[in-house]
Each structure stands twice: as structure tokens, then as C-alpha cells.
Design a protein around this ligand. Structure first.
Ligand code: HEC
Length: 390
């Protein structure tokens, strides 16, 4: 057994036979989400307030590394005054939530700093030539099953699995992303803002890519033709609603596309590739603030976005709630409430390729969480969107 790199938050992501399956949805870093409520309470009086012109918008603070936000709030920082009303753990929580990654991750996460780099980096063989688990599930219907041939193992082999290697995400706090195993490589995101490609047999690392924010959904690999030097692309989304296509062999960025403008919009599940389109589920962290009286709840809406898998160009965006949120009440504390909102899409869309009528039509089935309207109703539902050529 080879153990390459084992910081306190180390996570074993592969067993002796590669099986890409991890159930459960753990929270992000413990307590980190409460950083958002703290930000609403202590910071939005200026940040996001048009009357305070020089204060960067919350969205601009979200694109800063956690170290910069943490330092700004410290005794010598530019935000020492608001920072003084916070404890050190609270300052850390704000910094980590707003940036979407743990303190220290930018310095430690790059593959180039790791001792276990792969010696060569050959072309990827055809994915069909090796066992694989590509994306969140083995097919467009989101089945959690694959055949003996595709898995390269039988059910009765499972009790005999033993740890072969382990890989730790430097500065990582929790592991949410399901690894994709394609062409003998592991593709996996982490909450430290980096995305990694490893050798499935040895655990050596081919490359890392710094997305800059948590990557907590499964990645998907597919062939690509529009980029001369690239044969396969790996696709995933991050905690700031960016979608990336990287060259699967080298990790080079092919395109990046933002799929939602809301400042707490994020991608919490893997995209689905279907007939040349990348179907991306969009959710948000706004629910964490909904119970804070100071927060002007709520304006984020879930959606599914279709991108051209070759270029990242947006083809369509289907909102779970079609109506745009607008103000509907003012609380006694002066905070204006808006709605309807919610309907985050938390999972990889399921595609039903059967045509409801004409050829080229499909139905995308995103699973959503709760939603809120201006009426006093709450609910959870599964939603289906019929789109031309889905
Ligand atoms: C009283 C208004 C006010 C409050 C409250 C406030 N800020 Fe600021 N903040 C500002 C202004 C104004 C600037 C721009 C300062 C400048 O450029 O000189 C700023 C700048 C910043 C910067 C950028 C620092 C840099 O180096 O560029 C960060 C990060 C920041 N604030 C975080 C916060 C956080 C987090 C909170 C809540 C704990 C907070 N601020 C509360 C007014 C405020």
C-alpha cells in the first residue's frame, strides 16, 4: 500500500479495484455556511449598499482568496473596525465562506508542490477500453448501477476490496465530489479550490487545476473536437457558478462559462453531457440566510443551463421558477423581502430521451429542494423541463 500525502483532512478516494461511487451529501466545512449569515449581519450595511460607493460588492469579495478577506478583518487590516466585533473563528468563517475555500488552500493545493507526481503523461486511451465510472452516474437516466463488464469487477469481489492508496486534499475540510474514473485516471474536485487528475492504479498525480472555489460535484469526461490539441475534455462546476472544460490529459483550460449571476449561485452537482450539450444544475447558498432578520430574503432561483460542450456558449437556461423575484413586503426592521425564490437544483439532471412528439425533443428532470413564493406556501418537488433538442 502506498500512502502519498496524508494531512489531517486526508480522504481515501480509491480502493484496490477502482469503484467510483460515493453516497451521501455532507455539509461543506463545518460551520462555514454560517459565514454567510455573519456577512449579512455585519457587512451588508456597506457592501452591496449603493450609498457606500467605495465598498466592493459582495460578489467582488467572493472572488478574493480567503487570506485577503481574513487579513482585511484582522487588527492591522483595512476592515479592522467591523472585524473587531467578530471572534477569530468568526473572521475565519466569513473569509472561508465568502471565498468558498479554506484558508491556506491556495498555497498548499497545487500538484506541482506534491511529492507523488506521475513521471509520464501519455494520451488517454479510449474510455470504452477500460472500466469506468464517468460522471454522477453510468447513464443519462441516472441509474446507480453498471454492468460487470463496465465495472471490471463482480458484486462478490466487493468484500475483498482493500485500500491500495490514499490521496489527501491539502487544506481540505470535507470531500463531497464523486470521483470520475475514466481511461485509467481519477478526476476529482475538492473543497480547497483545486481539481485533480490522478493515476487510478498508483494514485500519482498528473495535474491540478485551480478553480478558486469549492468543486463538490462529479466530473464528466467526453471527447471534444473544437480544440486541435485536445481529444478529451473533463467538465465540472464550482461554488461560484462557473463551469469549466479542461483538457483531460494536461489539465489546460479549454473554456470557462458562468451560468448564473446571483452572488451566491453555485453548482453542487455534476453536469450531464447529452448530444453535444452540457446540462448544468444551478443551486445557491441563499437558504442559509433565509432565517436571518437582516437579510432581504430572497432572490436566488434554481435553473438548468445547457452549454455547447465544445465552446461553453450558453444555448438555453430554464428557470425552475419562471417568475422573476420582486419586493413584496417590508419588515418592521426596514428590510425588504422579495420573492418568489428557491428551487435550487441540487442533482445531476436526468434526461429522458424519449421524444414527446417530435424527434430531437427531450425532457430534463432536475430534482430541486424547497422553494418559496410570495404566498405562504413551501414545498419540495421534482420538476421537469422540456427543451428543444435537450
Ligand atoms: C462601515 C462600512 C463597512 C462595513 C460595515 C464593512 N466594510 Fe468592508 N469595506 C468598506 C469600504 C468603504 C471598503 C473599501 C476600502 C478602501 O478601498 O479603502 C471595504 C473594503 C473591504 C474589503 C477589501 C479589502 C482589500 O484589501 O481590498 C474586504 C475584503 C472587506 N471590506 C470585507 C468586509 C467584511 C467581511 C465585513 C464584515 C465583517 C466588512 N467589510 C464590513 C466598508 C465597510
Amino acid at each position: 500500500m502506498n500512502v502519498w500525502f496524508l494531512p489531517p483532512a486526508a480522504i481515501a478516494i480509491a480502493a484496490q479495484l477502482a469503484v467510483g461511487h460515493a453516497c451521501g451529501q455532507a455539509a461543506m466545512a463545518p460551520g462555514t455556511e454560517s459565514g454567510f449569515a455573519l456577512f449579512q449581519k455585519k457587512c451588508t450595511t456597506c457592501h452591496g449598499n449603493p450609498a457606500v460607493e467605495r465598498a466592493p460588492l459582495p460578489e467582488a469579495i467572493r472572488s478574493m482568496p480567503p487570506e485577503k478577506i481574513y487579513e482585511a478583518l484582522g487588527p492591522d487590516g483595512i476592515m479592522a473596525a467591523p472585524g473587531a466585533s467578530l471572534s477569530d473563528p468568526e473572521r475565519r468563517r466569513i473569509a472561508e465562506f465568502m471565498s468558498g475555500r479554506p484558508l491556506g488552500s491556495a498555497r498548499l493545493g497545487a500538484a506541482s508542490a506534491m511529492p507523488n507526481q506521475c513521471r509520464g503523461n501519455p494520451q488517454l486511451p479510449n474510455p470504452a477500453s477500460a472500466p469506468q465510472w464517468n460522471g454522477w452516474s453510468s447513464d443519462a437516466a441516472n441509474h446507480r448501477f453498471q454492468s460487470v463488464a463496465a465495472a471490471g469487477m463482480r458484486a462478490q469481489d466487493v468484500p475483498r476490496l482493500r485500500l491500495k492508496w490514499a490521496f489527501g486534499f491539502p487544506a481540505g475540510v470535507s470531500a463531497n465530489a464523486e470521483p470520475a474514473i475514466v481511461s485509467g485516471r481519477v478526476f476529482v474536485g475538492s473543497d480547497n479550490g483545486f481539481f485533480y487528475s490522478l493515476n487510478a492504479t498508483s494514485g500519482c498525480v498528473y495535474w491540478s487545476f485551480e478553480a478558486g472555489s469549492t468543486v463538490r460535484g462529479a466530473a464528466t469526461v467526453a471527447s471534444i473536437t473544437a480544440h486541435a490539441a485536445s481529444r478529451y475534455a473533463v467538465y465540472f462546476g464550482d461554488g461560484r457558478a462557473n463551469v469549466y472544460a479542461l483538457d483531460a490529459r494536461s489539465g489546460a483550460l479549454l473554456w470557462k462559462s458562468r451560468v448564473d449571476e446571483h452572488f451566491v449561485a453555485r453548482i453542487t452537482a455534476g453536469p450531464r453531457i447529452f448530444k453535444g450539450k452540457l446540462l448544468v444544475p444551478v443551486s445557491s447558498s441563499e437558504g442559509f440566510s433565509a432565517g436571518t432578520p437582516d437579510y432581504p430574503c430572497c432572490t436566488a432561483r434554481g435553473s438548468v443551463v445547457a452549454l455547447d460542450a465544445e465552446t461553453g456558449r450558453r444555448i438555453w437556461k430554464a428557470w425552475v421558477i419562471a417568475e422573476e423575484p420582486k419586493p413584496y413586503a417590508t419588515q418592521p426592521n426596514g428590510v425588504v423581502l422579495s420573492g418568489p425564490s428557491g428551487g435550487s437544483v441540487w442533482n445531476t439532471p436526468t434526461v429522458d430521451p424519449r421524444p414527446p412528439g417530435s424527434e430531437g425533443w427531450g425532457t430534463v428532470l432536475p430534482m430541486t429542494g424547497g422553494f418559496q413564493t410570495t404566498e405562504p406556501v413551501q414545498g419540495t418537488y421534482t420538476y421537469s423541463i422540456s427543451c428543444a433538442g435537450a
